[in-house]
Structures are given as C-alpha cells and as structure tokens.
Design a protein around this ligand. Structure first.
Ligand code: SAM
Length: 342
C-alpha cells in the first residue's frame, strides 16, 4: 500500500472517499454514479448531416483577442490565441473561488457606498463568475470529471500502453488513463511551451488518481510523480512518431477546427495510432449549461474558433473521417467517442 505522506495524502484506504479542497474536488469514489452515459446506437453509415444538424459556433470573443486584433490589424494567430487561453484558463484553476467571490463581494460593497455604479456592476459580474466556477469545477467537478471519464476509458484492450495526448495542456486525462492502464508510457504534446510548467507543472501533485495495480489487478491510488510522463513541446504536425501508440487521446481539440480543417484534425489522431489502437476524443456538449458557461466566461475562454456539438455530430465527423466508432456517449460537459481507424 502507498505510504501516507504530505505529498501522497491518500492511499487505497481512501477508495470511495471524496472531499472538497480549496480549488478542486478529490474524488476516489468508484464510478457507480456520474458514469459515462452510452448514447443510443447509431448507424453511422446512414446518418446524414441533414439528420444530425450542424454544430453551434461560440462567437462572443475575449476582449484580449479583440484588442490584439485592433492593435495589429490582423486576426489573432492560432498559437498566440492558445497561449492566451492557457494562461487565462489556468488562472481559474489556481484561484480559490470562494475567497475570490468574497473579495468581489467586498469590492462591490465598497463601490456601492462610493456610488461607483460601473465598478459595482463589474464586481457583481465577478461574484457571479466565481459562484459558477466554484460549482462547475470545485463542487460538481464537471471539468476534470474523473468518474465519468474513468467509465468512458474503461474496457480498453491494452496492457502497459503507450499513450499520446494531443493538445495536452494540463495532461489530466492522460494521467487518468495511466492510472487505469499502468506500466506504460505517456507522451503529452502541446505547442504552448508554457503549459509544461504553467499547466501540467501546476497540476496538484497530491491529487490522487484511482487506477489499478499491474501486479495484482487490484485497485490502486496513483500520483503524477509515479507515472512515466514526457512533456513534448511541439506542433502536432511536426511530431516524429509513426503509428506506434496504443491510445491517442484529445480532449477539446477537434471542435476548434472549422469543417474545412476537420480532416486534418482527425488525421492528427490516425497518424500516430497503431492499427488496432484506440483514439479517444471528447468535445464540449451543445447544452444550455455549456452555452451559458461560454457566454459567461467568454472573456476568459474564447480566443479562437470553437464549436459546441452533440454526440451524433462528433460521431459523424469521426465516421466521415475514416474511424469506426466503438463507443459514443456523454460525460458531464463533454461528448466522448472511442474510435478505431477503419
Ligand atoms: C482546448 S485545449 C485542450 C483542453 C485542455 N484539456 C484544457 O484543460 O485546456 C487545446 C490545447 O491544444 C494545444 N494545441 C492546439 N493546436 C495544437 C497543435 N497544432 N499542436 C500542438 N498543440 C496544439 C493548445 O495549445 C491547447 O493547450
């Protein structure tokens, strides 16, 4: 059993346990609830875009993007947009939302007493944002969503897999996979060099991942530092690998490619997966709650092209781009598919 130490505070004795930390939830509960919900079977070969409809585009842009474009007289380049996104998104994970909400409430109170109505209005906007972030990330864990993701990732026929995470940012899902299928190797790829320290490096080292023990097959708690992970700063297009990975995963990547570039996005996955390997892809769901999230957090999140779609649309893109869809369904805020190159 893993020793209890400050940097490894949870052991197998804590399986089934959940608790709230300042910025996130610890969740070692098994996946009886919050599971990946398999959607109804679909005959992808006969589904048409007329039946499935088209994704919704999020177009309320961040003021940072608009200011950059006004200053430079051109569209914000995509890598620059990701660099802004990563710093901005990570700032949410790094903040204690209850404390930030309290600070914003005090700010609003002071502004009201000074009759500074604009400042009071802006501070109330911050109060709403921190209230929603507290619920979405910390209380309901809808972003990391470990229980549903474990359920989505379950049952892959792999042993000591080589896992490639395209557009890895904090690398969360690859760590979840590595705990479930231990003993292999993980390669995280992101062209935003800052992510290696600023996102992956900033991920709480004491966060426990529920997985299995390769020697016994029993449940085991894993930590990031125990995993064999490489962070590669590179454009996906420039990676030197062939079809050598057992699992290629992307979380929130393909919806950033307009239809003309979707084949490129799917080709990214096919290029590196073994013929009998798996591609795991998720995209944010088209749902009133996600639409509301991207509306409320537009200033912090919307730096580049983004679609919200349903799982039939994600599956149809995968099918059209040469993948067999083995499994499709929904986790809390994302759609998920497990595919194999046809
Ligand atoms: C939306 S994020 C993925 C979501 C991620 N799970 C998170 O928590 O933010 C997409 C990531 O892919 C990276 N990315 C986008 N296009 C890329 C490319 N062509 N090569 C390498 N990384 C890329 C971005 O820098 C960004 O960190």
């Amino acid at each position: 059993m893993t020793a209890t130490a400050p940097h490894r505070p949870f052991t197998e004795q804590h399986i089934g346990h959940t608790e709230l930390r300042d910025t996130h939830r610890i969740d070692l509960r098994r996946t009886e609830r919050d599971a990946f919900a398999d959607a109804r079977p679909v005959d992808w070969s006969t589904l048409t875009w007329k039946d499935a409809g088209r994704p919704y585009r999020v177009e309320n842009w961040s003021s940072q993007k608009l200011e950059w474009e006004a200053r430079h007289g051109e569209q914000l380049p995509v890598p620059e947009a990701w660099s802004m996104f990563n710093r901005s998104f990570q700032s949410l994970f790094d903040t204690n939302p209850m404390q930030a909400r309290l600070n914003a409430l005090k700010k609003a109170g002071v502004a009201v007493t000074k009759r500074e109505l604009r400042a009071a209005w802006e501070a109330m906007g911050e109060v709403v944002q921190w209230t929603v972030w507290n619920r979405a990330q910390r209380v309901e864990d809808t972003i990391w969503d470990p229980r549903a993701k474990r359920s989505l990732f379950a049952g892959l026929d792999v042993e000591k897999p080589r896992i490639l995470f395209l557009g890895a940012a904090d690398g969360y899902e690859a760590m979840l996979l590595s705990a479930m299928y231990p003993g292999g190797e993980v390669v995280l790829v992101d062209y935003d060099a800052w992510c290696e320290e600023g996102r992956f490096g900033a991920f709480p080292a004491a966060y426990p991942f529920l997985g299995s023990d390769p020697r016994t097959g029993a449940e085991r708690v894993w930590y990031r530092e125990e995993m064999n992970i490489d962070f590669v700063v590179s454009d996906i297009r420039d990676l030197p690998y062939g079809r050598e990975f057992d699992v290629v995963v992307s979380i929130g990547l393909v919806e950033h490619f307009p239809d003309a570039y979707k084949p490129t996005a799917f080709e990214f996955h096919r290029r590196f997966v073994k013929p009998d390997g798996y591609c795991v892809m998720t995209t944010p769901r088209l749902h009133p709650r996600t639409r509301m999230f991207y509306l409320l957090f537009g200033d912090l999140m919307n730096f580049s092209y983004r679609e919200l779609m349903d799982v039939r649309q994600l599956g149809l893109y995968a099918w059209e781009n040469g993948f067999e869809v083995l499994r499709h369904g929904q986790i809390k805020t994302h759609n998920g598919v497990i595919c194999r190159a046809r």
